[in-house]
Design a protein around this ligand. Sequence first.
Ligand SMILES: [Cu+2]
Length: 474
Amino acid sequence: MDRRQFLGSSIASALVLTGCGGSSTSATGGTTNSNDEYSQALIIPAELKGTLKDGRVHYDLEIQTGTSNFLSNASTETWGVNGSYLGPTLRLENGSNVSINFTNKLPEKTTMHGHGMHVPAIMDGGAHQVINVGETWSSVYKVNQHACTNWYHPHLMGKTAEHVINGLTGLIIIDDAKSQQLDLPNRYGIDDIPLIVQDRSFNDDGSFDYSPTQREKMHGWKGDTLLANGVIKPFIDVEAKQIRFRILNGSNSRVYNFALKSGKAFKQIATDNSFLEAPVELTQLRLSPAERAEIVIDFTDTLGGNDLFVDLDSGKEVCKINIKSVATKVTDLPQQLTTLAQLNPADAVNTRQFILSGRQGNLTINNKSMDMSVINEVVPVNDIEIWEVKNTMGMVHNFHIHATYFQIIERNGSAASVADNERGYKDTVFLPAGESVKFIVRMTDFTDANSPYMYHCHLLEHEDLGMMGQFTVV
Ligand SMILES: [Cu+2]
């Protein structure tokens, strides 16, 4: 299958392609990184705006098997949504009624979770909303949250890591009235670029090499090759202007420290679930699995130049950016992006502790491994709570909650240690070895004593090893 079509022929006409690469020359042996570097254009996932039917915007999605050509000398059996690998970007408008319809055409059951979505527990696509082979499951809700970049991925008990590796990942972009007013780059695929960064390893026959040992699972499996939107070392041609990247760490367990090779500074404008109040200047951006960041890089004065987007931790390169053409529309990054309502810790009525630890090859939260029949926490609706998460281990974890966002108020007991670029609304927080965080949270609706949401480490091997729990909102 041609690379340009691997997101699905049914949506190929909507596929936005930047650059004009895509032809690979013959490779010389080896199956990892055997493509000519930066000969492939970054693929921009198709943008799906849905179809209005009976007062709802419907997004029809098929979860399917396919074949992808990451390598020039071998093909790879993969899974995708409306295509062979990854899935389209769902574009949702705040306030609209939607029905996200997933049909499972895989040979086995799966689930599809809307990560970062504020929806009823039964619409969450977590471990309980299994989609059997041949079935269609619809997540039906009214979009009620701030503009942000979310994503969808499977959440099947014990199989999440494997199903994500196979390729089931796509973005969900939420727009709201205010986000549309801001003078930000917003031309999808032109100056508003989605960037899903993943790591994979390949066998000699081109198949994914994913068979982690118990030790690799405990430490979080890492692949030796980086993919950007499903392409190894792609290039993207951009205009000489401010360029926005919506970055998702879509890896199972790899933590990135992103930077530009030139050392050039950029501005972070959004965290997982909201804009930051003001842009935060950075030269390095740390993202643990499932975290998102929107950044703006100003290439106004570098027409004809190029830069590399790299991971400083591994030394690996993500993609090449060619500043190729004159700007056709200028944007001027606002100094203020939003105002975030802040919950007051003095109003908190309860503090919960979550201890991340491990024993006998299992990973646990509060000494318990995930049990789908156990509700670990019951959270009263509208109560303001402080959740304190402690990583007691000598390895990294993170912590993700379903249902809503939170705001980080302390790192390692210090409010001052909360970084400027993690002061937006978050649903996933990084916990380096031995560190702790406190966040403030309020569950505002969707009471249901029988249907739990999940909280868990989003290193997917850790989640599958049991570092997960369940809570209900009552
Ligand atoms: Cu973990």
